[in-house]
Write a protein that binds this ligand. Sequence first.
Ligand SMILES: Nc1ncnc2c1ncn2[C@@H]1O[C@H](COP(=O)(O)OP(=O)(O)OP(=O)(O)O)[C@@H](O)[C@H]1O
Ligand SMILES: [Mg+2]
Length: 330
Amino acid sequence: MEPTNIAAQPLIACRGLTKHFSLPRGIFGRPRIVRAVEDVTLQLERGETLGLVGESGCGKSTFGRTLLQLIPSTAGTIIVEGLDVTGLSDRQLRPWRRRIQIVFQDPYSSLDPRMTVQQLVAEPLIINKIGTNTRERSDIVKELLFQVGLRSDSLSRYPHEFSGGQRQRIGIARALSVRPEYIVCDEPLSALDVSIQAQIVNLLLDLRDKFGIGYLFISHDLDVVRFISQRIAVMYLGRIVEVGTRQAITEAPRHPYTKALLDAIPVPDPKRRKRVTLLGGDVPNPIEPPPGCAFHPRCWRMLQGKCNIEAPPLVLGDMGRQVACWNPIE
Ligand SMILES: Nc1ncnc2c1ncn2[C@@H]1O[C@H](COP(=O)(O)OP(=O)(O)OP(=O)(O)O)[C@@H](O)[C@H]1O
Ligand SMILES: [Mg+2]
């Protein structure tokens, strides 16, 4: 069925998206399954920056990759502008792949070291048949380098000749080259020095203003996420535990995990520094997630007999906020 009003649909919507990895059997011969992403229902809107935050190992990258079908999903559906794209072949996916790009965490390993900047940035143009000849593509590449703040004499140089921040700019130029509507940024800052991080954030914001690009901005750093995002989704052990506007999430978090992440952001004023942290321990192993709410072993609002037994559903509240907690902060 053809969608009737494309603009009224979210750009991407996933429903019940799940990704499990099967590992070789353990020493006792039991099959082991990593429950990396569990039953995620989320909408990604045009022109909007949605932050996806959670500690390391919570399933953020797996979610991003599964959403773009770079890896096959275990269950759930992915709808792009009203059309189900789940399980389509690479060829069938190509038209929407162009419109939704990804920028990876590690600018050191995501660029082919044998290719020059010119070749790296022109490659997606050739694949997507943008520009009729080499000369035209070369002009587009120069313009793209300008857009991302790289000098035009970078063209004949190789990735190893650049710093981490400059490489990330090359990665962004590659993503931009096909004029995407949306970019999934998977920890684009975490391999960079703090001073360089701000420059890349500003570049992303600048491109958002100029071209109306929407982002899924994946990061373990809620401080950066709250700076850049209009809406924030908080992930814990493969599940979304809270989603809401930036203001709702940062000023009035309802899930104890969201509150704990906010609490862990360092405060510049030493007099206000907190001595107690709300977040003790580590993220549990997704091969054997705790029963009930996966956060209950680390939660200070845990209700014995409830949270440790039954998983809370994600419940819709005011202003589109959703929270999955039996004892949310009021
Ligand atoms: N190919 C794979 N095979 C098996 N397990 C995997 C695979 N990829 C990821 N995992 C596991 O899935 C879980 C989620 O990993 P993922 O990389 O998505 O987390 P993340 O939130 O992106 O973490 P980080 O902040 O460290 O990037 C982890 O337990 C990880 O070990
Ligand atoms: Mg990751």
